[in-house]
Write a protein that binds this ligand. Sequence first.
Ligand code: ZN
Length: 136
Amino acid sequence: MPLATLRVTTASRTSVHPIGQQIQNALEGKGVGNGLLLVSVPHTTCAVTLNEPEAGLLDDFAQALERLVPWEGRYAHNQGAEDNAAAHVRANLIGHQAMVPVIDGRLQVGVWQDVLLMECDGPRTRTVEVRLLAEA
Ligand code: ZN
């Protein structure tokens, strides 16, 4: 059972969403001290990572994914109604979870870092699960 379950609604097919503050807010009142958080998404076409949430950079991520794994191409998965092979591949290049240390109930990220949800096949409402793996 996750410590917290968040919902993130995405507005376009490819987009990046800073979620560190939402995770921090979800820890309030949960009695979290020091430990390690696992932030994961139970989806096959979105991803979680850490980086800088600067608006231009968020667009750069989306554009880079478009160049690396274009929508058009020969994909075995794209048969019948399925057309999202590129979204599956993009999500796996980034990964489906991130680990974040917590001290005194506060996420320990760098000055320029945030936790980012990367939507690869939106718009959708995504679930983000937050688990406390270890208390130190
Ligand atoms: Zn699919």
